[in-house]
Ligand binder design. Structure first.
Ligand code: NOJ
Length: 563
């Protein structure tokens, strides 16, 4: 009998290691401190490679570990070919690379080339005089009557321009004022960037996550933006994101660097659409292998103030899943170092912590694409609200807090936003065990550990077959064992259901059904057909059989069936 669940025709797929990989993101400062200075480091990562191997990880992406004054925790690089002192030395890096490879794993670095630190020698030279040979390596403009050249806002708040008193000109910074943007129009800049990229690739690293890459091309800087609400500086993504002509640079970078190595590249591409997939991540023409888009993150973030819009979330995923099935590849994620904890934002950390962390995990993990896990997500780490703005480290958090106050918001309201949105929520040390400082360090760490660390930690969950960690391990094992999850088609079975996310993956003669309730209320679900098959994984400790077309899912219940 032909069931209402669709059978798929023969699919042709191109198998590649990075499509089959499970990736894990490390924020080195908070991962593991090996030398007792309260800051995570490269040797600390080496110490935990057994843990990652046991988890089933094959690709590790480490956030920037280069020399940096740490205005934006390493995303402000002052030496692309040097290691940040707190993190170790180049010998430590080489040892890490070797240890990763010895386990058959791969290592991706963060490639941050939209901007450098203002302490990078290129910028130091550029700012010296208007005639400096490197002046044009950055974007310098005259002000207008004591004001910046235009009213573009920085992504981190305030003007996107900073006056340099020495030469009385302004430089552009899409992020913090200590992150001046490189001028990609200048061919020498591009050559210097490509040389550096090739230097790392020749060292044997396995690829890059490419930071803020959709911002490298800008609109002409004499473009003023309308300000409907009278704000002095206006959100300016339309002036410095995905601007026409960007693909010339991306294709050139690919040709001169990435294309010559067997590597994995993941772009951070705020604002792109699947229609542009061929040039961004198409199998032949794509500048990169895959990209992190932000569409689902926007919906997740809206759930801070209103119930999660499950229908819209599914629509967005469907757009990307269908959109990239033929052309391109998805990078799947629900957390990273710029977000807050998914279980705190979209889940219910107080009443359904284990259930919601696992349901959210299952929701994205079996989609078409390469899944990424952000450190601590696999144990359901929660947001860490701190008492005062002075307890925070993140430059964006602080800028935005003070900007809101300057615009008339009360301190408590501004703090509420910090608690709900600060990137520091995901940057606290990993809770390894119940010992002091959660086993992260022998001394007080650079950021406080979550107060629940004595019970919420890796060691406790490793011993518990029903823990979030055990659930993640099983999901990883299933994904690795079953290529339907890698290469199969995707279909949203119930696009209009307001609580449940039900999708089908199919490949050759195999079909799987992923069923999750993304709300803290029971959900009545009616499927087009009775589910006949094997229950492969569930977060229910005592699952009831589903033997009718209509059935009830408990809050945040998650089930995976082989049909
Ligand atoms: C995106 C990175 O993910 C974020 O952490 C950083 O602050 C900005 N790019 C600037 O590099």
């Amino acid at each position: 009998m032909e069931t209402a669940f669709r059978r798929v025709e023969q699919q042709t797929v191109t198998r590649t290691w990075w499509k089959e990989a499970i990736a894990y993101q490390i924020y080195p400062r908070s991962f593991n401190d090996s030398n007792g200075d309260g800051i995570g480091d490269l040797r600390g990562i080496i110490e935990k490679l057994d843990y990652l191997e046991d988890l089933g990880i094959d690709v590790i992406w480490i956030c920037p570990m280069y020399k940096s004054p740490n205005d934006d925790n390493g995303y402000d690089i002052s030496d692309y070919q040097g290691i940040m002192e707190e993190f170790g030395t180049m010998e430590d890096f080489d040892a890490l690379l070797q240890a990763v490879h010895a386990r058959g794993m791969k290592l991706l670095l963060d490639l941050v080339v939209n901007h450098t630190s203002d302490e990078h020698p290129w910028f130091v030279e550029s700012r010296q005089s208007i005639d400096s040979p490197k002046r044009d390596w950055y974007i310098w403009r005259d002000g207008q009557g004591g004001e910046p050249p235009n009213n573009w806002a920085s992504i981190f708040g305030g003007s996107a321009w900073e006056l340099d008193p020495e030469t009385n000109q302004y430089y552009l910074h899409v992020f913090s004022k200590k992150q001046p943007d490189l001028n990609w129009e200048n061919g020498d800049v591009r050559t210097a960037v490509y040389d550096m990229v090739n230097w790392w690739l020749d060292k044997g690293i396995d690829g890059f996550r490419v930071d803020a890459i959709s911002h490298i091309k800008k609109k002409p800087t004499d473009t003023m933006l309308p300000s409907p609400d009278g704000k002095k500086y206006v959100t300016a993504f339309s002036m410095y994101s995905n601007i026409d002509g960007i693909h010339e640079y991306l294709q050139e970078m690919k040709r001169k660097t990435f294309a010559n190595y067997d590597i994995m590249t993941v772009g951070e591409t705020n604002g792109i659409e699947p229609e542009a997939a061929d040039l961004w991540m198409g199998a032949d023409n794509g500048a990169m292998n895959m990209a992190f888009h932000f569409d689902h993150v926007d919906i997740m973030r809206q759930s801070r103030l209103a119930p999660l819009d499950v229908v819209e979330l599914k629509r967005i995923f469907d757009k990307w899943q269908q959109g990239l099935l033929e052309t391109g590849w998805n990078a799947l994620y629900i957390e990273n170092h710029d977000m807050v904890r998914a279980v705190s934002l979209v889940g219910d950390e107080n009443h359904y912590w284990r259930e919601s962390a696992t349901a959210l995990g299952m929701m994205y993990f079996f989609m078409h694409g390469t899944p990424f896990i952000y450190q601590g997500q696999e144990i359901g780490m929660k947001n860490v609200p701190l008492p005062s703005i002075h307890d925070y480290d993140d430059v964006a958090t602080k800028n935005e807090y003070f900007e809101r106050i300057a615009n008339g918001m009360s301190e408590i309201d501004s703090m509420q936003q910090v608690w709900g949105t600060s990137r520091d929520n995901v940057r606290t040390p990993i809770q390894w065990d119940a010992s002091p400082h959660a086993g992260f360090s022998t001394v007080t760490p650079w950021m406080p550990v979550h107060e629940e660390y004595e019970t919420l930690n890796v060691e406790a969950q490793a011993k518990d077959a029903h823990s979030i960690l055990s659930f993640y391990k099983t999901m990883i094992r299933l994904r690795r064992a079953e290529e339907t999850f890698t290469y199969g088609s995707y279909r949203d079975v119930l696009p209009d259901h307001r609580q449940a996310f039900v999708y089908e993956r199919a490949f050759e003669d195999k079909r799987f059904l992923i069923v999750t309730n993304l709300t803290a209320n029971p959900a009545t679900v009616t499927l087009p057909d009775v589910v006949t098959g094997t229950l492969v994984l569930t977060n229910e400790l005592d699952p009831e059989p589903i033997d009718t077309e209509t059935f009830l899912l408990k809050p945040f219940e998650a089930r995976l069936y082989r049909l």
